[in-house]
Design a protein around this ligand. Sequence first.
Ligand code: ADP
Ligand code: 5GP
Length: 189
Amino acid sequence: MSKGRLIVLTGPSGVGKGTLLSSLLHRHPELSLSTSMTTRKPRPTEIDGKNYYFVNRPEFERKVAQGELLEWAEFAENLYGTPRKPVEAMIQSGKWVILEIELEGARQIRKSFPSALRIFIAPPSMDELESRIRGRAQDSEDAIARRLLRARSEVNAAKEFDIQIVNDDFEKALSQIEKALFETVPAMC
Ligand code: ADP
Ligand code: 5GP
């Protein structure tokens, strides 16, 4: 059986992680994406159990207390975390599992899964990032301001990651992710 592998994809909100991932998974259906848990309210197009498991704060805090999350963090006044069991089971069965998470969570994974491949997606500029967040038209003015503030500290941490990719030309960024995944030696998880 092939060896399981954990891959972490991080980058500021609005940089294009979700769009890149959906193309990547379309091209490589053998890859698995972990479904996170969050206390954020669903956006109009989001489906519970598919995009996220949407829960309330007490329920999220109970999962943390019971050690059911592999990592978790607060982002723009909401909690986000990775359910531990499904990820461990997928890796055990030889799957390559991708976590699309923010910086604090990626730092936790570095400690708990040092062999994980950690990729940082950077914007071409902060102006372009802002226009992508606005173009997505799914966040309130307040949420946009919180995301932009957080984005600055995230971009400054890019060098902590194994690989940095600028999502300027979409196809180029996508093929750089493919190269990082398929042309680096798989680590044991
Ligand atoms: P994230 O998941 O990182 O928050 P999204 O995938 O939702 O970001 O992308 C935010 C917006 O940016 C979307 O409207 C998406 O279509 C757009 N986008 C993604 N990649 C690019 C790119 N390379 N050039 C221009 N726009 C992009
Ligand atoms: P959004 O609200 O735009 O869906 O996500 C906000 C931020 O939370 C993004 O940077 C996203 O990568 C991050 N995120 C999503 N799921 C998780 C998770 O399970 N853990 C952590 N730490 N961050 C997450």
